[in-house]
Every structure is written in C-alpha cells, then in structure tokens.
Write a protein that binds this ligand. Structure first.
Ligand SMILES: [Zn+2]
Length: 503
C-alpha cells in the first residue's frame, strides 16, 4: 500500500515537472514561450508564421529604429474591420511580445483547423476582422535590456551607461536607447505630464517634443492607417488594467462594459477612472484622439525593476488567451455600427484571369459575396434552382454536390453540413454566396487581396505554377473609378472594378 502511494506520488511529481507549455493543442509550435524572446527570434518567427499561414497572415515593417531594427506589424485575418494589439513599448516588458506572438500562432492554427478556440469561432471572427499586432514596439530597447552593451556600438556605450545611472546592468531598462520613454511620448496631455525626468534616462523621460522617436512616429502613422476599433497595449506588471483617460461621458458605458469583461476574463483589477494630467501613453492618446475603447493591461505580478521571468508566462497566457478573439468580435460590432450598409464592389480572378463569364462580387458587413453561377459553371457544375425550397443544388462529376438555401446560413458540401460566413442573398435577380463556399465546393484556394479586396481563386491543379507569395500584395497601379452599384447584369467585367471605398 505504502509502495503504491509512493509510486503515485512519484508519478505526480513527474507530471508536475512536465512543462505546461508549449500547449498541446498546437501540433507544432513556432513561437517558443519558454525562451528569452529576442528581436531576432521574433523576426524569424514572424517570417515562419507568414509562410505557414500565407492566406491569413501578412507582415511588414512600419518603421526602422535608430539602430536599424524593423518595427514589425503583423496582420491576422481577412476582414475590413480592424483592432490593434501591441507589446513591448517598455524594454523590460518583453514577455508581452511573447504574448502577442502566441496569440498570432494559436489563432492562426485554430482558423486553419476550423476549430473553436476557447469557445470562439476563430474562422468566423477572423473572416470579418483583421487583428493587427505590433508585438515589439521598442526592439532596440528590448535588445539592450536582454543583451546589454555588447549588442550596441562601442561608441555609444558610455552614453548608455550614463543614461543607466552609471550601471552596466541594463535589466531595469524601460526606454529606447536614446533614453526616451516611448509610452510617455504620445500627444495627449504630453505638455503637463507629471513625474518627468528632464534628461535622457532609463525610465520616465518624455523627450523634448511629443512623437519625436522613430518608434512613436511609426505607431502613430500606423494607427491612423489601420483605423482600429479597439486598441490594446500590453505592459507588465501588476495584473491591473487601465481603461479610461479623459473618456467622453457618452463613451463611458461602452468602455466600462468592455473593461468589466476584460477584468472578468483575466482576473486583472480595473484601475479607477482617470482624468488626471499624466498622459502620454499609447492608450491615453488613442482614447482621446479616436474616442474609441483602449486598454493597457499590465500582465504578471510585480517582481522588482526587471523583466518578468519566462516562468510567469503560462499563467498570464491562460488569463489572456481569449482576449484577441473576443475583442476582434467586439471590434466588428463597433465597426458595423459605423458602417451600417458597407457594400462595396470588388473584382474576381480565377488563376490570374477574369472568370470566363462576367462575375460580380461585393463585400457586405465584412463578408465577401460572389455570384455563384458563373464560377460554379466554370468549374464544371450544373446548377438547379428549386423555387419551392429556394434552394440551389449544383453538381459536378469532378467535385461533387453543393446545395444552399437563400437567406440560410446552412449549406451542404458533399453531404457535409457547412455553416456559411453569411447568408446567400438575391440582388437584382442574381444569387450571391460567400466566396469561401465556392472555394469549399470547388477545392479552389481563395485569397483576398488586402488592398483592392479582389477575390483570387486558384484552381486545385493550376495551369501556371502557383507558389504562394509571402510578400504583401501590391496595390494596383491604376485605381479604377467607383462602380455604379446599379450597373446592369451582364456588363463587361471591366465595369465591375474595385471601388475607392476607403480601407
Ligand atoms: Zn510598461
């Protein structure tokens, strides 16, 4: 008996020694959350993620730091609505970069496997909303904190040591290597910022003008570009959430509701409503400039003037893993309110060519719709319309059968039930279906050009070699005039051009 107990105890000890991370849901993990997450590691991982999920993830540099590091932005999703998540404004808070990167990988894997993620439908959410991440806002600072002086030219070592109060240990460093705190740089109550250190220092120096650093310039420019509905700026530590800053009274109920949900999900404590004069933070600026919700969560328990240990990650991840998808869903709701009828017409290509028959397509409420008939016919289907059930059944000897019903989210592809991202609709006597359904029925890969919205189908066995490009798609050189939405059926494809509706 005693022996059994001992064996059991031994097994328990063994089990508890197995790291909980990388989590088992991912068959292979790209992001190693147990590592000291450096700029070089992040750069490699972003490239690998974009190669692994080429239809879902894009990335680009939104600026370069003084020491030539790229400030990477990573887009995850296919929607027109956007939210923005960032990390590592402060050098020593790089565990927030690990958190951003883990979200990207986990959500992309769930989307691709078409499985729910913590109760959220990753595919439905990311088809409608793009989550933009800047996982490391301050890569020079993170590098200084992690690698110390050796990562910087000898000519600046004495200046760095001076800004570090004479110490060669940079573990407490928060600023960028110019000694400016990137989260005291934004133009919101900057002039009256309290507790400022008047000279370049490892913390709390706001600079000599707002938005003077390359890091802050990049983030401000990028925020205007993606126009997010909600912003989240991850920091550490304290397990608290800042959620208000001179928030307009009319917006308080909206933001308070989200803040309460954020707090319930993470177990982080909400900070009191703020209308003090100390601003300059990213979410201070976002709230007062865009009048939209923004949150600064501080992950982890404070453990002195340094980075959180990587051992703190699994618990903070557990508390935050739903946040990106949840806020993407909330962001879409907010975006829909601002865009009540956001139909815009887009073009279609099959294997790089216009379809054999003129094919209209449009985006409505974040869903890409395309006229089903020309495409299914091009892929060898014969379609039958049942007026009594308002159902289309199309069959092809090569691909099988697809059937769907007007105004119903439920379709059948080869006998399997499929939930569509939008209901098939009839416009001017023509039936439109979510473009993804065409892809599911025909086996053609679907890619959506982010700039033009163009739907690009690639046949299962393409004539031309179709190697997925990891480069961001380029906008067309010539922008066509906005389409007349009343254009008659059967007009030439060239009249159904992309509109200039803003993204
Ligand atoms: Zn911070």
């Amino acid at each position: 008996m005693k022996k059994t107990m001992l064996a059991l105890l031994g097994m328990l000890l063994l089990l508890s020694a197995i790291p909980l991370y990388p989590i088992s849901a991912a068959s292979r993990s790209i992001v190693d959350a147990t590592a000291t997450y450096t700029y070089d590691r992040m750069t490699r991982d972003i490239q690998t993620l974009a190669q692994t999920y080429p239809d879902l993830i894009e990335y680009r540099s939104i600026g370069k730091t003084k020491y030539g590091r790229d400030i990477w932005a990573v887009g995850l999703g296919k929607g027109t609505a956007t939210i923005f998540v960032n990390g590592s404004h402060h050098a020593r808070e790089w565990l927030t970069t690990t958190l951003n990167m883990t979200m990207i990988e986990q959500y992309a894997a769930a989307y691709t496997a078409n499985r729910p993620y913590e109760g959220y439908n990753a595919r439905a959410i990311l088809d409608k909303t793009t989550i933009w991440f800047v996982p490391m806002v301050n890569p020079d600072g993170v590098t200084l904190q992690q690698l110390g002086l050796s990562a910087f030219p000898a000519s600046v070592h004495s200046a760095l040591i001076r800004m570090n109060g004479g110490s060669t240990n940079f573990k407490r460093w928060k600023a960028n290597p110019q000694g400016i705190d990137p989260n005291r740089q934004y133009d919101s109550y900057w002039a009256t910022l309290e507790a400022n250190i008047a000279y370049p220092f490892w913390r709390n120096h706001k600079g000599t003008a707002p938005v003077q650093t390359p890091e802050n310039k990049a983030i401000v420019r990028f925020t205007y570009e993606i126009d997010p509905e909600i912003a989240v700026s991850y920091h550490s530590a304290g397990r608290i959430i800042y959620w208000s800053f001179h928030t307009l009274p009319a917006n308080l109920p909206r933001d308070k509701r989200l803040a309460n949900l954020f707090s319930q999900t993470t177990g982080y404590r909400l900070m009191p409503q703020r209308s003090d004069s100390s601003g300059g933070g990213y979410t201070d600026w976002f709230i007062t400039t865009f009048n939209r919700p923004a949150f600064t969560p501080e992950i982890g328990i404070k453990s002195g003037e340094t980075n959180l240990p990587v051992s703190a990650f699994p618990e903070e991840w557990r508390r935050n893993k739903k946040i990106g998808l949840w806020l993407a869903q909330e962001g879409y709701t907010l975006w829909s309110k601002r865009n009540p009828n956001p139909t815009r017409y887009i073009t279609v290509q099959v294997d790089g060519q216009p379809p054999a028959q003129a094919t209209k397509a449009f985006v409505q409420k974040g869903v890409n719709y395309v006229a089903y008939k020309p495409l299914l016919e091009q892929y060898g289907f014969t379609a039958f319309w049942d007026q009594s059930t308002r159902t289309v059944t199309a069959t092809s000897s090569a691909s099988g059968t697809v059937s769907f019903t007007l105004n119903s989210l439920y379709a059948q592809v080869n006998g399997a039930a499929v939930t569509l991202s939008g209901k098939p609709v009839m416009v001017d006597g023509m039936i439109y279906v979510p473009a993804r359904m065409i892809s599911q029925a025909t086996g053609a890969a679907l890619r959506v050009d982010r700039q033009t919205g163009q739907l690009q189908f690639t046949s299962p066995e393409p004539v031309a070699p179709a190697v997925p490009s990891i480069e961001s798609p380029q906008p067309p050189e010539v922008t066509a005039p906005p389409v007349n939405p009343n254009a008659t059926e059967g007009s030439a494809p060239s009249t159904v051009e992309n509109s200039t509706y803003g993204q």
